[in-house]
Ligand binder design. Structure first.
Ligand code: GLY
Length: 400
């Protein structure tokens, strides 16, 4: 072969490589919503056939492979009803609305529960959607009663709502607690009772003061002296170490500071949401999988479990956050990348497997050796929510 011919072939190869690289770059993988809906239709149909009473709620999978069902007082009881609402919103099929209503109404008694900070997870995820969809006053009243119960856990000395009642903590305020403030902010708007607003904002401000390290990673638990209101300790309960960053805790912060900005328009919350998001994304960018390990600082990485639930919470939060900031495109694309990864066979279950859950590979409570690398109902909830937000991105404010 002469030199001229060789040069020509080399030219063709270069051109081909360039076209391929442009093609690859331009080709954005989008989440396959239809694939998810197909899996969800099958999983939920089978689950409801087996458990028709709506008296227990699916949470996760036990070590022996059986499904873990919980009572209404469990912090996760509201997610399945929430998923059924999202199935209705995503498909507009009336059967999902009927099931959503059944799995909402059986939770009602929790509105009197003053022993937990989780009433937003339990009741707002369900009754807010029931009220928003049907405009039935009784659903609104449930949420107002629940907001009174949640407010009863507020201590003005600390300026925050107490998260847990168990020892060794004195007055623990955990990052997850922020999520339940959305119900209070809503309750203030619909009732005109500003005390709900003041409690929520005071809690958020105390959290903002102590929660973040200089790199904008989060501590899990802030423990206070309830008599003086002084901070005693910053530590963890569900993370790897007091000094580490638990991935789901960081996800809760991103999601919550974003809605705190939406509801108050106070830019300090938006700034914090962005910084927390940038920290999260800087950690996941390092590994070529947008789904994080359960804690960013586990010394055994990469030989530890992932947490799809943290990824789903962040995807949903980033979609909203993207609409408020200059870095809109970046956050939108990251959310899209996370959702696309969750739609692959690596994370999305095949219908008929995974005990009726959608996503695999979440981590609940690793330090307690519980729910490690399992499906979790709240991973599915934020996944469906994020897909719904993604589907309605152009009019996102109408579906928040
Ligand atoms: N709110 C409890 C958890 O995130 O595991």
């Amino acid at each position: 072969m002469n030199l001229k011919k060789l040069n020509r072939i080399a030219g063709y190869v270069c051109m081909l490589l360039f076209c391929l690289s442009v093609g690859v770059k331009a080709q954005v993988t989008k989440p396959d919503i239809n694939k998810v809906l197909h899996v969800a239709e099958e999983q939920y149909k089978s689950y409801l056939k087996l458990y028709p009473n709506a008296a227990l709620y699916p949470r996760s999978v036990n070590k022996d492979g059986s499904i873990r069902l919980v009572k209404s007082k469990d912090w996760t009881s509201g997610f399945f009803g929430g998923n059924l609402w999202y199935m209705f919103y995503l498909t507009r099929k009336g059967k999902w609305k009927n099931e959503a209503i059944r799995h909402t109404e059986t939770l009602e008694n929790e509105k009197y529960n003053k022993t937990t900070h989780d009433l937003g997870f339990v009741l707002y995820n369900t009754f807010y959607k029931a009220y928003h969809t049907t405009h039935k006053n009784s659903y609104k009243e449930v949420l107002l009663e629940a907001s009174r119960s949640l407010s009863s856990r507020y201590n003005p000395k600390v300026g925050a709502i107490r998260s847990w009642d168990f020892k060794p903590f004195k007055y623990p305020v955990i990052v997850d607690n922020l999520m339940n403030l959305e119900m209070l902010l809503w309750a203030s708007k619909v009732s005109g009772d500003s005390s709900f607003y003041h409690i929520a904002v005071s809690h958020a401000d105390v959290d903002l003061k102590y929660r973040f390290r200089p790199d904008h990673s989060t501590y899990h638990v802030l423990d206070f002296n309830p008599a003086s209101g002084e901070l005693i300790k910053k530590q963890t309960f569900q993370g790897y170490a007091d000094s580490s960053c638990w991935a789901r805790g960081q996800a809760w912060a991103i999601y919550a500071y974003t809605f705190l900005y939406r509801e108050t328009r106070d830019s300090k919350y938006l700034v914090q949401a962005e910084k927390a998001a940038d920290y999260f994304l800087s950690q996941t960018d390092l590994s070529h999988d947008p789904i994080p390990f359960w804690d960013f600082n586990d010394l055994e990485i990469p030989n530890v479990s992932k947490d799809a639930s943290a990824a789903a919470v962040v995807a949903s939060g980033l979609l909203e956050l993207s609409t408020y900031v200059v870095a809109q495109k970046r956050y939108y694309e990251k959310a899209q990348a996370i959702l696309s990864a969750l739609c692959t066979d690596e994370y999305l279950a095949r219908a008929g497997t995974n005990q009726y859950f959608l996503l695999k590979h979440s981590t609940g409570h690793r330090p307690h050796h519980d729910e490690i690398d399992v499906p979790l109902i709240y991973a599915d909830y934020y996944f469906l929510e994020a897909l719904y937000r993604y589907q309605h991105y152009k009019n996102l404010k109408d579906v928040l």
